[in-house]
Design a protein around this ligand. Structure first.
Ligand SMILES: Cc1cc2nc3c(=O)[nH]c(=O)nc-3n(C[C@H](O)[C@H](O)[C@H](O)COP(=O)(O)O)c2cc1C
Length: 268
């Protein structure tokens, strides 16, 4: 997978350049880790930090996206080992995750593994199965402590291996409150969040499609459990949260239903 800036991002950059030049200086393309990742922002300093980006929770942020390092398709832990040792972990060290590590976790959740050259909808076939290959899930990552990435809520664009900012700032404390005070969400450096656009599946499968979506988030979440275990990290599926508050905190579109949270980090 390419680490260079994608055409869509380039167009965005040009548009931002025009807007920013009119008021506030030139846009900056940040390639702070030797080209493994790229942040595009309209008003960043030399560290790639967007000036004033940490706007209050729920407001519309400036455009910011990172191309993640390419995920690995090999590793040191067998599937059998990961299955045998997997447990839900609820205590996390306050240690940062790397961009490679969050890339790997997100890829396990819903990464494209077979683009199929346009033969499939929504970017191609993925790490998790999906009824009719319709892929109703949307995957986000709530970042609090990841090397070189500004805290915020990011949407995972799996076909491009990109994360795109949707809410700026560290919302882990508020999200933990929304998860009925489960402090693992506050302590973990990052939390994977799953929502779904049910219509993608119910349009074809009717009422049965609703069940399919719930089944599918289980597939994707189990991938995260096993990938986290294989990397030596802990995670825990969280279904206990106030959906309306989570929707508000993550600025979810109307047609997306919040389903699951999975904090990920070094086991505490
Ligand atoms: C649908 C679902 C919702 C869950 N919600 C929570 C939760 O809100 N908080 C929590 O601590 N664990 C939650 N869990 C994790 C379970 O408590 C855990 O899987 C169970 O205790 C078995 O332990 P194990 O995962 O270590 O095998 C949830 C699991 C599932 C499948």
């Amino acid at each position: 997978m390419s680490n260079s800036i994608k055409p869509a991002a380039l167009i965005l950059l040009i548009v931002l350049a025009a807007a920013v030049a009119a008021c506030n200086g030139s846009p900056v393309v940040n390639e702070s880790d030797g080209g493994n990742s790229a942040a595009i922002s309209s008003n960043a300093n030399s560290n790639g930090v967007v000036a004033g980006a940490a706007s209050p929770v729920g407001t519309q942020p400036q455009s910011l996206m990172y191309t993640l390092p390419a995920p690995r398709t090999d590793g040191e832990t067998s599937v059998e080992e990961a299955l045998a040792s997997r447990r839900s972990h609820r205590q996390f060290e306050q240690t940062a995750l790397s961009q490679e590590q969050i890339s790997q976790i997100l890829w396990s959740a819903y990464g494209v593994t077979y683009p199929g050259e346009g033969a499939f909808q929504r970017g191609g076939l993925r790490t998790a199965p999906s009824a009719g290959a319709l892929y109703p899930l949307e995957i986000y990552i709530v970042i609090g402590n990841v090397d070189g990435i500004d805290p915020g809520v990011y949407k995972y664009i799996s076909e491009d291996n990109i994360i795109e900012l949707v809410v700026a700032g560290d919302i882990r404390e508020e999200l933990a409150d929304a998860a009925l005070g489960q402090t693992m969400v506050r302590d973990a450096p990052a939390t994977v969040f799953f929502s779904a656009v049910f219509e993608r599946t119910t349009e074809r499968y009717g009422q049965r499609g609703t069940s399919f979506v719930y089944i599918e988030v289980g597939h994707s979440a189990q991938n995260v459990y096993l990938q986290a275990e294989a990397l030596g990290f802990g995670t825990c599926a969280i279904g206990a949260f106030t959906a309306d508050r989570v929707r508000e905190l993550l600025n979810l579109p109307e047609n997306e239903e919040p389903l699951y949270l999975m904090p990920v980090g070094h086991k505490g």
